[in-house]
Design a protein around this ligand. Structure first.
Ligand code: AMP
Length: 470
């Protein structure tokens, strides 16, 4: 039995490029795009290119720059390309699970790159396997490719629409099918996907920062429930689902996306800076200096400093060459990772009352380590301010949050968390404050990690909800 639904939590980034002419540089451009999306996944990466009926691909474990070089990019020539960066939290991190997935079927080849998490992949996969389908990977994305391939006789448009209406959960997809580039966003628009113009062609990417590096000009975001088909006639749009309310993931703004990206019309840096200003109004404190947990806390710390009038300063130095602390699989190595990643600038903070801004507290390990490092280095007081509300519910849609048992916001009160991390005071932005900082209607954002109001019914194991058992 295949049970991906409760354990595969993927954080990924996708790109896609369509050029009407064969382009020797298409894989290099895709490579640039993936480098700009590297923060969305550091475990594996891959590129697939379509060339006159054939799909060639290369994927490996590791960082984009480690995987690709002039030699292997040179082999990937064509006029359509997709790329993927992946990070999963499961033990199942091997190259077969890397993407793009390339599936050969009677009608040709499909290449698919998926960002997000499906919640009914296990069920569909079991049904497909009962009917004789064979799967090569343990990732939910293979179910999508399989569903598309099964219905190819209906034509690719219908078979993709059929597949994406069967799957549930979060998905932003770039697909090569026949001689077309296809982009799809799930009916809630949980994960981002944008469209840009590049020369005579088009680009799709999880974040607009990928367009900037390619020199592509942003056109618009793909809508929730929309499929776009890009070929020599340009871009065709189909709304395959329009009855759902949009629910773009709040955590993209809080932590996940790059600050220089624009997501559904909102620049991520500005939303974080706004969150810092709101946080200063909601949780003021007397202090000498505002410092950030680099890098994701910087924008909010600047906002907090502007609003409060307390000067912003640098109190922590980050080692730029280490990945995100979450990547360490167990608690002990996560603690070590904090030390390896951050060091205190003692001279700058000694004897001072500090406001320490972080974008989120998930397990509570990072903040606890940082507060004690600051105090050991001579900080007089450390007041922790968090630019997202307490994370109380696991994410089923592609952000790596652990089970509820490990979410400190779910199992402890704010006073208990303050004591656990050793802070002199602790304040989180309110949910309304976060929504205001993003500047979108609350109804168009997914706030389930804070409220538990999942936009759709989340997975059950047997008859029990997995997430309720804390
Ligand atoms: P902790 O409270 O120790 O679990 O870690 C919180 C820190 O991890 C914060 O500083 C965040 O910047 C970062 N963080 C939050 N969410 C994620 C995520 N989904 N993946 C990786 N890092 C994250």
């Amino acid at each position: 039995m295949y049970h991906s639904d409760d354990k595969l939590k993927e954080e990924c980034g996708v790109v896609g490029i369509y050029d009407p002419q064969k382009n020797d540089k298409i894989s290099t451009l895709t490579y640039f795009g993936l480098i700009a999306l590297q923060h969305r996944g550091q475990e594996s990466a891959g590129i697939a290119v379509y060339d006159e009926g054939n799909v060639k691909y290369y994927k490996e474990m590791g960082l984009v720059q480690e995987i690709f070089n002039a030699k292997n990019l040179e082999l990937l020539k064509g006029n359509i390309s997709i790329g993927h960066v992946r990070y999963s939290t499961t033990g199942e991190s091997y190259v077969t699970n890397a993407q793009p997935l390339v599936v050969r079927y009677r009608g040709g080849s499909i290449a698919l790159a998926h960002n997000g998490n499906l919640i009914n992949a296990g069920k569909i996969r079991n049904e497909l396997e009962d009917n004789g389908s064979i799967f090569q990977t343990s990732i939910d994305s293979e179910v999508i490719a399989n569903l598309i391939a099964r219905n190819y006789k209906r034509g690719f448009e219908e078979s993709i629409i059929n597949a994406v209406t069967e799957i549930e959960g979060a998905f932003a997809l770039t697909i090569i099918c026949e001689d077309k580039l296809v982009g799809v966003r799930d009916p809630y628009g949980l994960r981002p996907l944008s469209l840009a113009k590049l020369g005579d062609g088009y680009v799709l990417a999880s974040e607009t920062s990928a367009f900037d590096v390619m020199g592509a000009k942003y056109i618009r975001d793909i809508r929730a429930g929309e499929m776009v088909i890009i070929d020599e006639d340009g871009v065709k749009s189909y709304m395959y689902s329009s009855e759902k309310k949009q629910a773009l993931c709040c955590f993209e703004y809080v932590y996940f996306a790059r600050p220089d990206s624009v997501m559904d019309g909102k620049n991520v840096y500005s939303t974080r800076q706004n969150a810092g200003k709101i946080l200063a109004k909601e949780h003021p404190v007397e202090a000498d200096m505002v410092i950030a947990v680099p890098d994701s806390g910087i924008a909010a710390a600047i906002g907090y400093a502007e609003e409060s009038g307390i000067p912003y300063g640098v109190g922590l130095i980050k080692n730029k060459y280490l990945g995100r602390s979450f990547i360490q699989p167990d608690q002990k190595s996560r603690e070590l990772a904090v030390k390896l990643k951050l060091n205190v600038l003692s001279d700058s903070i000694k004897g001072k009352r500090l406001v320490l801004i972080d974008d989120s507290i998930v397990r509570g390990t990072t903040s606890g380590r940082i507060v004690s490092m600051l105090k050991e280095a001579g900080a007089k007081e450390v007041h922790v301010r968090v630019s997202s509300p307490p994370v109380k519910f696991s994410c089923y849609f592609g952000i790596d949050t652990p089970s509820r048992k490990q979410l400190v916001g779910a199992i402890k009160t704010i006073d208990e968390i303050r004591d656990m991390i050793g802070a002199d005071s602790l304040g989180y932005i309110s949910i309304d404050g976060l929504v205001e900082s993003i500047g979108k209607n609350a109804d168009s954002l997914c706030t389930a990690c804070f409220k538990g109001n999942y936009p759709m019914e989340v997975p059950k194991l047997g008859n029990k909800y997995v997430f309720e058992k804390i």
